[in-house]
Design a protein around this ligand. Sequence first.
Ligand code: SF4
Length: 270
Amino acid sequence: MPGKRGQKPKASGRKPDASEKPRTTGQRPKAEGTKPRARIAKPEVASPKALGGRLLRESLKAKKARASRVLAALEQLYPQAATELAHTNPFELLIATVLSAQATDASVNKATPALFARYPDARALAQATPEEVEPFIKTIGLYRAKAKNIVLLARQLLKRHGGAVPVDKARLRELPGVGWKTATVVLGAAFGVPGIAVDTHLMRLAGRLGFSSQKDPEKIGADLEKLFPRDRWVFVHHALILFGRYRCTARKPHCQGCPIYLECWSKGAW
Ligand code: SF4
């Protein structure tokens, strides 16, 4: 924690101190001690090298213990954590997840009721042209490419799987517009298949919490899956998205009063 006189800078690899308390005064770190302002203003997680060194020094046992405390806090915060994408069946969730790439869930939820009313299943959507679909999703970013993708996706679903969403990651990934993240999200949210899909929020949080120094989402997911119980992987995915969306936001995380402040390696970096 910044601000104690004579304390070494965090970048030195000091282990987390359980006695650390959240700042409650609202003061900027620069006013609390002798550390240079520039060092405090720069989040240490911005440097994967610095984080990587510290990651190596923390034992797996200690990291799992931190993850367990983070999980307990998330369970308190979001006991019903689930996807915010509106859907009533796996087909709708698959289409909504494809549409949500580089777009907000809110923008997708505005468009999908009319889309699914007109095209309620893979057979109906497979018979449409992308141009017919575009008006339904034009408020979503990249809608032309996405219209093509979801029509092709529906056609492939119909041709290869009789219109049903396969409960198999490899088969899902063969479908147009479906990558590792989408397949993992759909399997977890629609079928309860364990997996931690990593989106932009989980990438950021895995770094800030010191749970992974990887950059590749699949590798970050693998790091996270080593730390949390398998039967909580889907919950962890949803809860960390909510935490990243509403608390540990990209530009101005709300560190003051953060329920996992003591477990975080980036507290006070803002
Ligand atoms: S809000 Fe602040 S203290 Fe909480 S996890 Fe994010 S960076 Fe860490």
